[in-house]
Design a protein around this ligand. Sequence first.
Ligand code: B12
Length: 480
Amino acid sequence: MKVALVMPAWLPEDIFPTKTAKAQVNYWQPLGVLYLGAALREAGHEVRFFDGSFLNHAEVIERIRRFDPEVVGIYANTPLWPKAVKTAGDAKRVCDAQVFVGGPYPTAMGKKALKDAAEVDALVVGEGEVTMREALERLERGKSLEGVRGVIYREGERVVENPPRPPIEDLDSLPFPARDLLEDKNLYVPPAGTYRRKPVAIVMTSRGCNARCIYCYQLTGERRIRYRSVENVLAEIEQCVEQGYREIRFLDDTFCGDYERARRIAEEIRRRGLDITWFVSARVNQVDYQLLRTFKRAGCWAIFFGAESGVQKNLNALKKGITLEQTRRAVRAAKKAGLRVVTAFIFGIPGETYEEALRTIDFAIELDPDFVNFHTMTPFPGTELYERASELGHASPRLEDFTFEGAAFIPRTMTKEQIEELRRIAFKRFYSRPRYIARRLLGIRTLDDLRLITRGLKSLFWIWIREDVFRAPGAGSANK
Ligand code: B12
C-alpha cells in the first residue's frame, strides 16, 4: 500500500514566546514515526514522510495530494492533536485514504479522542510497529480492523476498541528507524547549546522507565524498562555514522537504568573508534564519576539531568525518587569527568509556594550547570498529575497549552502570574551572572558557539525588558 506518514504543521511560536522561540525551539528527529516507517517498509509498503515541522499546512496537504496514498498516518502528541485532526480532514479532501492517528495523545485518550474527531478513521494506541502492519494487512485484504490489538476504529456510527497490544518485548527485532525518510537530515537541529556537531541522529537504546514521576507520560504506561542489546545498539550507531551523522542524542528516558549495560555501550563505542560525539540523559541517582568518565572517554560531551526542584518536599510531591544531595553529587561528578551539564527545573509543582520556587532558583545557581531550563508543570493525559489535576490545582482546557512552556497547570499554592514571573526571574538571575557570561564568552571556539551566545544574549535582552516575555502563546489560562 502507499502510506503517507505525517507530522502536522507546527511553528516554534506555537510553543515558545515569539522573542525567544528561535533560541529555544528543538528539532530532534521524530524517532517514533521513523520506526513506524521502517516497519511498514519492511512489510513491503511504499512509505513517504511529510514533516510539518518544516512545511506549512497547505504544503503538507499538497504533498499528500501529489503522493495520493491509500493510507495516511498522522502523529499526535497533546498540543498537536487539534492540528492532527485538521490535517486528517484536509487530507481526506485531496485523496481517498484511510486516516490513522497515533502517538501520545490518542494513546492516552483512546475512544474519547476518536469520538471527538469524525475526520479520523482509526487510532493506534501504544507502539505502532506491529499494530500498523497488521492493520494494513487487513485493509489490503479488504477486511475490517476487528480484533487487531491496539486499534480503535469506526464501524458505522459505533467506535470499537480492540484489546490493547502488549509492549514489544524483543526490541532487537525491530528494523532501525528509517532516517532516509527525512527530506533533509540537516534540518533536525537540537536547541542551541545542546549539540556539538551536526547532523545529529536521535537514538533510543531502551523503552520505558521504572520511576513513578507524576508528570511523566509513558507510552505503554508500564513502569519497567525494555533494553536493546549492546550489539544491536552499536549496529545502529554504526549505521548512523555511515549515513553521515556526526553526533548522537540518546533519548532514552533512563539510559543508565542498567549501569553495567550503559558502561558497555560507551566502552564499545570507544573500542570501535567510532567518530561520533554524543549527548545523553540520566537520572541523578544512576550515575557516578567512574561511569561518566567512561562516557567522556567514549565521545560523550554533555549530560542532561532532570533536577526539577531545589526543595526536597517538592521533589517528593513529584514522586521523583531523588534527593537534593544526589543531584549535587551527580552534577559535581559530571563536571569532574569533563562533561557539560544541562539541567531542567519545573515551576508550578503541586503544593509549591512562590518562596520555595525562589529557593529552586538559588539551587540552580548553586549547581551552576552549563545550561538550565525552567519549565512549567504540565498535566499530560495519561499521567497521574492529569488524573489528580482538579485535586491539586487547575488544568487548562486548551490542549495547545500542554507544552512545558504554557500555563497548563496552576497549583492551589500559586497563581499563573507568579509562575510566569518566576520563569523570568529564574532565566534573568541564572544567565545574567557576570561570571557565567564571562565563562560563555571565554568558551567560544566555533561559529556555532558565537551564534549560540548571540541568540542567548538576545533572549536575555528580551527577558530583561519585557515583563510579559513568558506570557503563554495564545494566553490560555486555567482561570479563564
Ligand atoms: C523526539 C521527541 C520530540 C521531537 C520530535 C517530535 C516527536 N514527538 O517525535 C521534537 C523535538 C520536535 C519534540 C517536540 C515537542 N515535544 Co516531544 N518528544 C520527543 C521524545 C523525547 C521522543 C519521541 C520518541 O521518539 N519516542 C520513542 C518512540 C518509540 O515512541 P513514539 O514517538 O511515541 O512513537 C510510537 C507510538 O507513539 C506510535 N506512533 C507514533 N507516531 C505515530 C503515527 C501513526 C500514524 C501511528 C499509527 C503510530 C504512531 O508508534 C511509534 C513506534 O512505536 C518524547 C519522549 C518519549 N520518550 O517518547 C517527547 C514527547 C513526545 N514530547 C512531548 C512534548 C510535550 C513536546 C513539546 C510540546 C515540548 C516543547 N515544549 O517543545 C514539543 C511539541 C512540538 C510538536 N509540535 O510536537 C511529550 C508529549 C506528552 C503528551 N502526552 O502529549 C513527550 C512524551 C515528552 C514527555 N515525557 O512528556 N518532541
